[in-house]
Design a protein around this ligand. Structure first.
Ligand SMILES: [Zn+2]
Length: 94
């Protein structure tokens, strides 16, 4: 039997984000809200909120990998919302 888990995460939309800068809590990469807005629309950069942390795209996927390894999961489903719509990301064990 496969071990599965579901977690919640959020895409940070520049239009609803309150701060002036976005900074990844893991690697520290940061953008002004203005730059983020441009890059987000161009689908170049997306920040995520996961378990109370703000993470850049790379750190988000790294964090998901770590969760999968720590929990020894075969499948991790991420319930991803952007405040308007929802989608489910599915990650399978490598
Ligand atoms: Zn990062």
């Amino acid at each position: 039997m496969k071990k599965e888990c579901m977690i919640e995460a959020k895409t940070i939309r520049p239009t609803t984000y309150k701060g002036k800068h976005l900074k990844c809590d893991s690697c520290g990469i940061r953008y002004s809200k203005r730059d983020y807005s441009i890059l987000f629309k161009a689908k170049k950069i997306i920040y995520f909120e996961l378990m109370g942390q703000i993470l850049c795209h790379d750190c988000f996927y790294q964090a998901l990998d770590i969760i999968m390894q720590q929990e020894n999961l075969d499948v991790l489903r991420v319930n991803l919302t952007d405040g308007r719509s929802k989608k489910i990301l599915r990650l399978d064990k490598k």
